[in-house]
Design a protein around this ligand. Structure first.
Ligand code: SF4
Length: 355
């Protein structure tokens, strides 16, 4: 009888989350929450497709890309789309936390091109209807720049939150709308913090007295990290070494666009290719890329739009993504590949879609 009551009491203990003060303070300063730091399937059509295709649910981190944070805190910014305009509250935050100088040299996308910056997905969808979308992305961007270690620690709680909600497995993208290097940031978790996180979120993080990167911290859990990247091969390899699935992205309007794509494919990566698809259901079967030094690759192509979960796709293939017209973007820019027969000129070479 006593054993029965003892068991019952244990089962009815409500576990409490003890959010550490450094994270509480950061989130209070930038009006962030553990649940809202990352975007789950409920509020993102693209990642909802993962669920429909029976792929693991995803959460994505959205920042402002490139130098966009500097643009939106500049009151002289004369942008004519809502999602590129001045946001007074972000300007106030940057002044309050003395970030103005840091922001002058900051870029969230070191490997971007003129074409991708103009047509970035950050400017698509609801961002041009509600100013609140870029405001939230801006608050995250500022918080990450201001206190990177606390921000990464906060992300651990946010990933735990979504993991608990989906009851695992969970897939995670941290470079949703920028090329941040959060994956390389090492942070510490105390023993009591790990115990609390594990029991509250149902995770299996072990203790280490050394600082660790996020993918190492979650190595015992059913959490899969994957990213798209426009970075050079050496950087792609650094991500791969951290157990992150990487899809290289074609940058057709970069002078080395063809060569970089061939180098990534030859190293075993799949390649995301944005195409202005204009016939429903018709995507290329193969993609051929050649560069000015005489190298050539001929790889199978598949649609990347049925789901976003790239780890399910083979390596050394072209992932065809439908180019989207974003507010203020240019679907005819050299960044996008046209949906047509025959060779097309790209930076440092050619690409041909075979139907
Ligand atoms: S497309 Fe990618 S690299 Fe280009 S600006 Fe957007 S997030 Fe940055």
């Amino acid at each position: 009888m006593r054993l029965f009551f003892y068991t019952m009491n244990l089962n009815s203990i409500k576990r409490r989350l003890n959010t550490p003060n450094d994270i509480k303070q950061l989130f209070a300063d930038y009006s962030l929450t553990i649940g809202g730091l990352m975007t789950g399937a409920a509020s993102n059509a693209k990642i909802a497709k993962n669920l429909n295709a029976a792929m693991p649910p995803a959460v994505i981190l959205h920042h402002l890309p490139d130098k966009q944070i500097s643009a939106v805190i500049n009151s002289d910014n004369a942008a004519d789309t809502i999602n590129r305009q001045y946001i007074a509250e972000l300007s106030d935050l940057s002044k309050k936390f003395n970030l103005t100088d840091k922001l002058k040299t900051y870029s969230g996308c070191l490997w971007s091109s003129a074409g991708c910056r103009r047509s970035c997905l950050v400017f698509s969808g609801r961002s041009n209807i509600f100013k609140a979308v870029q405001y939230a992305r801006g608050r995250r961007t500022l918080a990450a720049i201001d206190r990177p270690a606390e921000y990464v620690r906060g992300l651990i709680y946010s990933i735990g939150h979504h993991y608990k909600k989906t009851a695992g497995p969970l897939s995670v993208r941290l470079k949703g709308t920028d090329e941040n290097s959060i994956h390389f940031k090492k942070v510490n978790l105390s023993i009591s913090e790990i115990n609390n996180i594990n029991s509250y979120y149902g995770l299996n993080i072990n203790y280490s007295d050394k600082p660790r990167v996020i993918s190492e911290i979650f190595k015992n859990d059913n959490i899969i990290f994957y990213e798209y990247s426009k970075a050079p091969l050496s950087y792609l390899k650094r991500l791969t070494a951290l157990n992150i699935d990487v899809t290289a992205s074609l940058v057709a309007d970069r002078i080395t666009g063809a060569a970089d794509a061939i180098t990534a494919i030859n190293a075993g990566y799949r390649l995301a290719v944005p195409v202005t698809l204009n016939k429903a259901g018709r995507i290329p079967r193969r993609v051929i890329i050649s560069d000015d030094t005489g190298r050539r690759v001929d790889i199978p192509a598949l649609s990347g739009d049925n789901y976003d979960y790239r780890p399910a796709d083979p390596q050394k293939c072209a992932v065809i993504l439908k180019a989207k017209q974003s507010a203020g973007g240019d679907i005819l820019s050299a960044f996008f590949i046209a949906d047509k027969l025959g060779p097309q000129t790209i930076g440092g070479g050619h690409i041909e879609l075979i139907y």
